[in-house]
Design a protein around this ligand. Sequence first.
Ligand SMILES: C[S@@+](CC[C@H](N)C(=O)[O-])C[C@H]1O[C@@H](n2cnc3c(N)ncnc32)[C@H](O)[C@@H]1O
Length: 327
Amino acid sequence: MGGKVLCVEVEKTRAEKAIKALRKTGLLLEDYLIERAGDKVLIPVAEKPESIDETLFRVVECAPGYKKKIAVNPPSYDLLGDVAIVRSKVLEHRASEEVVDALLKTHPRLKAIYVKEETVEEYRVPVLKLLWGTPVEVVVVKEYGLSFKIRLGKVYYNPRLTEEHRRLASLVRDGEIVVDLFSGIGGFPVHIASLKTALVLANDLNPVAHELLIENIKSNMRRLKGVIIPLNNDARDIPDHLPRKEVAHRVIANLPKASLGFAEVYDQVLAPEGILHLYVLTRDVYTSIDEVGSVLPGWRILSHRLVLEYSPGSGIYRFDIIKPEHV
Ligand SMILES: C[S@@+](CC[C@H](N)C(=O)[O-])C[C@H]1O[C@@H](n2cnc3c(N)ncnc32)[C@H](O)[C@@H]1O
């Protein structure tokens, strides 16, 4: 138990809103535990607040427990089903036992905790080292009710792309032909086909990603309005696998470290006035704008947005680019 402090007492149903508001005003005492008392919640505060939005509350004396520092600051990690994946740089600052403890406290049902040492090779697969638990080879994750099977360490997958999968899928119109040149296990294609009656050609060079893409199409089949054709080729050869050149209304190129090297493919696959969604890893977005201009002369950048922070000072941006009618 900690000492006596003031607590805001609110109905359980209003607690989340009150906590947010108190945190915003700086009154929330972050080192103390927020505790339940029957159907009320006690939120420790530095002083009596004047108001908390329209939330009904009263201020009482209380003696909440202290938070252990570890719970205050859980390590940076991704959760894939029952598996947590921690970045290796987290272990530069914290003991591995401490990291394991913190994760198990927050997610008691974890089966394994892995450290991601790096992402390697053409297939962008993570090198994973088991930190705790028993090895897990396969996980199934959900994105907006869609399920994706993943083989850990064998394919690229990033749960932080979930929103981007959805956002991009919502841009597609019914009836479009979409080519995803670097589809991985099918994030963009499955989201698109679940929302739109599009025809999506989904290609990835990694044979394991290709197998999983097929499984993911099957497992989501009942939710799909569109059709997905899975391909397992080098993106450079995709133009030869199309019934005709310049067939796509939209091309997705999510290979952020190398996407600028496939300009000829984009030109051969995309119809005039089609849209290219080009993902680029960069430290300086304006340099990338110049680079796009020099590899795709005459194409017009409609917009760009930061999709993911990559490392301090660099990020993955999506450029939405329109191919001119006549180059
Ligand atoms: C960043 S990941 C794609 C992630 C995917 N779009 C998603 O949302 O999960 C890049 C993918 O490109 C694939 N790849 C790398 N080089 C390739 C190439 N030359 N042709 C086709 N696929 C390639 C890798 O195997 C990897 O799955």
